[in-house]
Design a protein around this ligand. Sequence first.
Ligand code: C2E
Ligand code: MG
Ligand code: MG
Ligand code: MG
Length: 286
Amino acid sequence: RAKELGGRRVEVFAAHMHADVVRRLELAADLQRALLAGQFAIEYQPVVDLATSRVTAVEALVRWWRGSTLVPPQQFLGAAEDTGLIVPLGEWILRESCREVAAWRASSWDIGLSLNLSTRQITAPRFVETVAAALAESGLPASALTLEVIEEMLVEDAEEIIGRLSELRAMGVRLAIDDFGTGYASLALLRQLPVDLIKIDPSFVCGLGRDETLTLLTRTIVRLGHDLGLMVVAEGIERPEQLELLREMGCTRGQGYLVARPMAARGVDSLMRTSLAPVPPLQNTA
Ligand code: C2E
Ligand code: MG
Ligand code: MG
Ligand code: MG
């Protein structure tokens, strides 16, 4: 009887596994088709100067329009990594966003571009050349591009990844550690990889003013970044109280729904028009 039960348990488990494998294979095929069908889009989230609210950069965030449903990146990036599709997809995101940001800059809007990378992309053949080509084709200066990595990426192939990123940095591209503080290696990483910027993870920022420890940790990260001569960006600002505390801590850059949500290129166009519009003379406001 015990054997019978055990046997059934194995069967149930196997059915689960099977369904999971099938779902992943379907997702992989769908992603491949989606890339060919042009179903991916890029949204841009403004990064602002917290003192002036001036937009200093935009972060490119990939979106998948599957029919009329928007699939969040967390639901397909894993599969895109596993299947290697992240390489052509990432290259499309790189070229497209460099082109769009270069066009905004050509309208005298001084903004930078921040891009998220995954391990598979960085270790792909000719990654450095691909980035260099995207810059050359778009005319975007290397110094206007920031590449974001997370610490987990440096667990495997660390030497190769650090080597390639360092090569790009030597060309003038800036490097950032995204989700700073959430992994095991944050501090060690700052020694291994020459970075220009750290992005404080929303899990710290969300506790600002509500949780003493998280507030203290945020303050500590801001100070650490500045002591190391790095730019510090706070992510996930949703409440005015967080903004006030960050300003008071001396954090100069921020991102979050309170400031601006990720938006399509058209949204950035109108943001640019507002940003570049001359301040109307006082007598016209009556
Ligand atoms: P991330 O790079 O840390 O991006 C920030 C995420 O936080 C984005 O989610 C953004 O929409 C969201 N966010 C921004 N402000 C707020 C806020 O105030 N509150 C809350 N709750 N969330 C906020 P998204 O677009 O879903 O992206 C999730 C992650 O997927 C990104 O995290 C990044 O790791 C990855 N990702 C996105 N686009 C790409 C891409 O083009 N390539 C690669 N390799 N990864 C990407
Ligand atoms: Mg990011
Ligand atoms: Mg982040
Ligand atoms: Mg993240």
